[in-house]
Structures are given as structure tokens and as C-alpha cells.
Design a protein around this ligand. Structure first.
Ligand SMILES: NC(=O)C1=CN([C@@H]2O[C@H](COP(=O)(O)OP(=O)(O)OC[C@H]3O[C@@H](n4cnc5c(N)ncnc54)[C@H](OP(=O)(O)O)[C@@H]3O)[C@@H](O)[C@H]2O)C=CC1
Ligand SMILES: O=C(O)[C@@H]1CCC=N1
Length: 265
């Protein structure tokens, strides 16, 4: 199976890196093209994937075409490759935030099997979280194959398209917010005398363990907060100070702004 990527930015590179690490796909199975050779040629040289000269060549020579461009250029790019998207032989996977299946079908072909996805950057290490929704033409083995790509680089969840914006904030953008939280913890460690490297490792390991605890424990997060907060202790003092500075409100406001921006696409 040949997989072609149109757009080779941060997210496409993360998916390709994850696929090469976690699946049986080899660099020769992957084709790429993007707007600037200065982006895709060094990536092809580094990973061994094949750089093509045009978007149309990628679409022509791939069984699965992954649309990984920014939303503002998705329309002209799909118009450019539409003739190559033979509905009997190709699957289109879109990772473009805010681009509906209806719009994808209008632009790429009404009979084309299409999987709309919203992955996150952690697919690069096989720990992604990806929402998927297939159109009516993507069924059976072809659907399993397309969704299976994302199952192999993390977890997937099938969601109604109406929930994609919320998912995008909670899982697509949230890695940035969690990295920000880790960096904030780490900076506080530096303020109190730790090196940045030591503080970052300590903070990241604590966040990773805490996420795993939430997933594996029967308790909800508030129950776990209570277990950490010894009566009269330091944790509850820290929690109250964070809340006084608006911790939960700032997180919810950030998610609201993320959803609003996604809906404006
Ligand atoms: N970043 C993330 O965590 C996530 C991103 N997404 C979605 O993934 C998509 C890509 O985002 P991201 O990787 O962050 O963005 P980037 O800006 O990093 O990548 C966009 C890519 O599109 C390419 N491109 C622009 N114009 C064209 C064109 N005419 N033909 C071919 N390629 C073109 C760019 O080429 P060049 O580099 O050569 O200029 C670049 O490689 C977006 O639609 C976004 O919504 C979804 C989930 C998470
Ligand atoms: O910032 C963005 O628009 C994309 C969508 C989800 C993550 N990154």
C-alpha cells in the first residue's frame, strides 16, 4: 500500500514518523509533496520517503492520499488533485481541522471513500489520540485499513462530525496546553533552584504518570486530587492558590477560544 502525503508540515511529519516506527510500512511506501522543496526535500532525505514533484503525482501514485495542508489552501489543493482521485482505487484521508465530509466530497468527488480525521502530535511516538468519521463510501476492509493506520499510532474514537471542534480542542490542540503546563511546572522548579533539564524531566514524568492514573484508576480526577491532598498539607495550599489565580476558568476559557476559532474556519 502506498500512502501519499500532500503537505509535509508538523502534523504530516508526526504521522509519517509514527507510521515508520509503529507499523510495517517502510519509507518506500510513503510519497510526499508540499509547497516548498526546502521543506519536503530535507525530510525525504532524512527519512528515505519519496519526494514527488507535484501534488498530482502524489495523488496519482498513492492508494491512500492524506490531505495534510492548512485549511486555507485545502480547496485549491483538492481542485488540483481531483482528477487523480479515482473513486474505485483510492481512499482520501483528511486531517484538516474544520473541513467537513460534505465539503470534502464537493471538492474531491461524491463517490470517493473519505475518512475525516483529527489526530494529535503525539502520534509521532505512537501515543496519539485521533477522532475519525468515514463517509458512506468508505466501508469494510478499506475502512479498517484507513482507521487502522491511526490505531497503530495511538488510540482512535469514532465521533459525529458535530463533535469534531470540541475534540480538536480537547485532544488536537491540548498537547500544546499540556506542554505549556509542563513548562510552567518546570519554570517554577527553576525558580526554586533546579536545572531546567531536571525540572522538565521531573514535571513531564509526573504528568505522564498522572494521566495514566486517571485512565487506569476507578476514581475520577477529583477523587484522585483528594488522595494527594493531605489534610493541612502543602497540596491543598497550592491548589487553592492556583484556583485563586483562576486555574480552571483559564483552562475552560482557553478551550472555548479554541472551539470558537475552529468553528470560524
Ligand atoms: N499541528 C497539529 O497538531 C494538528 C494539525 N491538524 C491539521 O493538519 C493540517 C496541517 O497542519 P500543520 O502540520 O500544523 O501545518 P504546517 O503549516 O506545519 O503544514 C502545512 C503544510 O501544507 C503545505 N502546503 C501549503 N500549501 C500547499 C500547496 N499548495 N500544496 C501542497 N502543500 C502545501 C506546507 O508546505 P511547505 O511546508 O512546503 O510550505 C506545509 O508542509 C491543518 O489542516 C491542521 O488543521 C490537525 C490536527 C493536529
Ligand atoms: O492549531 C490548529 O489549528 C491545529 C488544529 C488542532 C491542532 N492544531
Amino acid at each position: 500500500m502506498k500512502i501519499g502525503f500532500i503537505g509535509v508540515g508538523g502534523m504530516a511529519q508526526a504521522i509519517i514518523t509514527g507510521l515508520l516506527k509503529q507499523t510495517k510500512l517502510t519509507p518506500s511506501d510513503i510519497l510526499i509533496h508540499s509547497a516548498h522543496a526546502s521543506t519536503y526535500e530535507p525530510f525525504a532525505n532524512k527519512t528515505g520517503v519519496t519526494a514527488k514533484a507535484t501534488n498530482a503525482e502524489v495523488a496519482q501514485d498513492s492508494d491512500v492520499v492524506v490531505l495534510a495542508v492548512t485549511p486555507n489552501v485545502a480547496t485549491p489543493v483538492l481542485q488540483e488533485i481531483r482528477d487523480q482521485l479515482d473513486a474505485k482505487r483510492k481512499i482520501l484521508i483528511s486531517i484538516v481541522a474544520g473541513l467537513s465530509l460534505k465539503r470534502l466530497e464537493e471538492l474531491a468527488g461524491y463517490d470517493l471513500p473519505i475518512l475525516r480525521t483529527l489526530p494529535n502530535l503525539n502520534v509521532a511516538i505512537g501515543a496519539g489520540m485521533t477522532a475519525v468519521h468515514a463517509n458512506e463510501h468508505l466501508t469494510g476492509e478499506a475502512k479498517q485499513q484507513a482507521v487502522g493506520l491511526f490505531d497503530q499510532i495511538g488510540s482512535t474514537v469514532t465521533l459525529p462530525e458535530a463533535d469534531f471542534s470540541t475534540f480538536s480542542a480537547l485532544a488536537g490542540s491540548s498537547p500544546a496546553y499540556v506542554y505549556f503546563f509542563i513548562d510552567s511546572l518546570s519554570r517554577a522548579g527553576v525558580k526554586h533552584g533546579l536545572t531546567k533539564a531536571a525540572a522538565t524531566k521531573i514535571a513531564a514524568q509526573a504528568v505522564m504518570g498522572s494521566a495514566e492514573m486517571v485512565l487506569k484508576s476507578d476514581e475520577n480526577p477529583f477523587g484522585l486530587i483528594d488522595q494527594v491532598s493531605s489534610p493541612g498539607g502543602s497540596t491543598v495550599a497550592g491548589l487553592l492558590a492556583m484556583e485563586e489565580a483562576g486555574f480552571m476558568t483559564s483552562v475552560v476559557k482557553g478551550i472555548d477560544a479554541t472551539i470558537d476559532r475552529d468553528n470560524a474556519e
